[in-house]
Each structure stands twice: as structure tokens, then as C-alpha cells.
Design a binder for this molecule. Structure first.
Ligand code: UDP
Ligand code: MG
Length: 311
């Protein structure tokens, strides 16, 4: 029987873990796969770890890894991918926003020969309007400026073959934007759509500012368009100011009693100064990325773990 490894990142999820496992146990009973759960406790401040320990005692196929602090969901994902041994691997949120009942259908598609079965929400019911609006804009922009296609509404919930996971693990970059990475590796992908659902319990840890930063990560990690943009803007303003210089020079030759050009001078200085700062900011973003890459810090630090397959 094939083994399915399920990676579940958890950050302050004490209320949702038990609900999640109850649901999953029903799905598990109806599928001809050996299930293995790997919960990744991402430095939770509540009783998540205690719940995980209890679950690991209760079920033989529940394992966990616990980080020394909160490293973020991306780190939890990569820790999980590195640790699991299954033939098929899936990543799920613990809050049941990734519907477990899709798993049988996803497995069927894998058997048909697909390598990655992704899921996407076809609507965003229950989400603040402004958040949906900016999410949509983000996907429009990123798909225009990056070669890597990112599907609007695609979740991290996907079922993958071992081959795909091995490919993903070969990307050793520290700045991980997994929506991009999973699409970058390629393979035969099939998307299943479903209606958005709200959290089973607890609260989301994402606010508008963190989502904004997350989308910047996506753009900087998967596109060089901002660099090209800043070059073009710089070039454009150079040309414009050269034309202006010629114009002022000629007009001061032709007319006498030229009024000293304070306003235009100040305008030009401000404009160019602002432009330089803006372009420097863009370049700085990329240099910052290079800095974190060169430091080669680990993505996460494990404080304790419980993986039965290791014993
Ligand atoms: N999560 C995590 N580390 C974090 C934030 C979130 O492991 O720093 C986990 C969280 O426990 C959940 C999943 O990532 O299982 C998705 O988080 P959430 O539901 O808050 O995000 P949303 O569904 O609102 O995008
Ligand atoms: Mg959620």
C-alpha cells in the first residue's frame, strides 16, 4: 500500500487540531492509502504542542516537529517536506479551510497520471472585500511581470508525488515563496476548484500588512521587472531633463531679462532626488535578498520532534 504523508503547519491552533484530526480520520477510513501525519508546530504560544503530544499518543500515525520559535508557514512547509517519507505528499492547513473530503478525488487524479493536484478557491466568500480586491490585483501584476505562472486563488493544499517533492527540495533558496516554487518546478498539474470556507475555529494570523509584504516577497523573488522598471524610469527622467536643459539654454539665449529659474530648478532637483531614492529602494530590496541568501541561515530550528518512522 502506498504511503501518504500529510504536512500540517500549526501556529496557535490549540482549538483546531482535534477537529481537524476527527475529520481526517473519516477520510482516512475510506481511502486505500497508509496515512502519516506530520504536524509542524511553528513556535506556537498557546497549548498547540500539548495537543500535538496528546494526539501523537492517541494515534500511532501522528508525528510532530516543534520549532524553537515562530519561523513562518513557509519554513514549516519546507521542514515538513524535508522530513516526510511518503510516496505521495500533501500539505494542509489545520483550520479545515483545505477540505479533507477533496483528498479521494485528488488521489484519483494522481492515479490518472498527474504529478501535482492543486486546489483553488473559485470565490472568496467570507473574506473582507478589500482583501479580495488586492489579492486579485496581486495575481494580475505578478502574472504579467513574472515568467512563473501563479494561479489566482490557488491554495498551498496540493497532493504531490515523491518526484515533485524531491524537485522542490532541490531549490535551496532561503527566500521561499512556495506559490512560485511549486509552479516553477513544472510537472503535470491539475486544479480542483472549490468554494471558499471559513476557519473551523480560532483566528487567521494574516493581516493586511503581512499580506502586502508577502505579495512583495512573491514579486521580488520571481520577477526582475521592478529592476527593469527602475532602469527605464531613471533613463526616461534623464532624457526629459536633458531636453529641458536644451530648452532652457536656447530660450535664455533668445530672450533677455530671463527670470531666475528657481521654481523649475527646485522641481527638477526634487524630482530627480525622489526618483533616485525610489530606484535605490528597489535595488536595495534585491540586495537585501542576496544578503539573506549568502548568509545561508537555516530556514528553521527544531526544538523537539517525534517521528515514529525514525525510531
Ligand atoms: N501558520 C503557520 N505559521 C505562521 C502562520 C500560520 O504555520 O506563522 C499556519 C496556520 O496554523 C494554518 C496555516 O498556516 O494551519 C494557515 O494560516 P491561516 O489560517 O492563519 O491563514 P489563512 O487561511 O487566513 O490564509
Ligand atoms: Mg486559514
Amino acid at each position: 500500500m502506498k504511503k501518504l504523508s500529510i504536512i500540517v503547519p500549526c501556529y496557535n491552533e490549540q482549538e483546531t487540531i482535534d477537529i481537524y484530526l476527527q475529520e481526517m480520520k473519516q477520510v482516512e477510513a475510506n481511502m486505500s492509502l497508509e496515512f502519516e501525519y506530520l504536524f509542524v508546530n511553528d513556535g506556537s504560544k498557546d497549548d498547540t504542542l500539548l495537543r500535538l503530544k496528546a494526539a501523537a499518543n492517541q494515534y500511532t500515525n501522528v508525528n510532530y516537529i516543534s520549532f524553537s520559535r515562530n519561523f513562518g508557514k513557509e519554513a514549516a512547509l519546507i521542514a515538513g517536506l524535508e522530513a516526510v517519507t511518503g510516496d505521495l505528499i500533501t500539505v494542509m492547513d489545520v483550520d479545515l479551510q483545505d477540505p479533507p473530503e477533496l483528498l479521494p478525488e485528488m488521489y484519483e487524479k494522481i492515479q490518472e497520471g498527474y504529478d501535482i493536484i492543486g486546489t483553488r478557491r473559485y470565490n472568496r466568500v467570507g473574506e473582507p472585500m478589500i482583501r479580495s480586491f488586492f489579492a486579485k490585483k496581486f495575481y494580475q501584476i505578478i502574472n504579467r511581470i513574472s515568467d512563473t505562472e501563479m494561479v489566482d486563488g490557488a491554495r498551498d493544499f496540493r497532493l504531490m508525488t515523491r518526484q515533485v517533492v524531491d524537485a522542490v527540495l532541490e531549490l535551496t533558496e532561503v527566500n521561499r515563496f512556495s506559490k512560485g516554487i511549486f509552479s516553477w518546478v513544472g510537472f503535470n498539474t491539475y486544479y480542483i476548484s472549490y468554494e471558499n470556507r471559513e476557519r473551523s475555529a480560532g483566528e487567521t494570523t494574516w493581516n493586511f500588512w503581512s499580506l502586502f509584504q508577502y505579495s512583495l516577497e512573491g514579486i521580488i523573488n520571481f520577477s526582475e521587472a521592478p529592476l527593469i522598471f527602475s532602469t527605464l524610469v531613471g533613463l526616461g527622467s534623464c532624457i526629459i531633463s536633458m531636453l529641458a536643459m536644451i530648452y532652457f539654454f536656447v530660450s535664455s539665449l533668445l530672450k533677455q531679462n530671463q527670470v531666475p529659474g528657481w521654481p523649475s530648478l527646485v522641481c527638477i532637483i526634487l524630482f530627480l532626488g525622489g526618483l533616485q531614492l525610489f530606484c535605490l529602494g528597489i535595488v536595495g530590496k534585491y540586495i537585501g535578498k542576496i544578503f539573506t541568501e549568502v548568509k545561508k541561515r537555516p530556514n528553521y530550528i527544531i526544538e523537539e520532534s517525534h517521528c515514529k518512522s525514525e525510531d
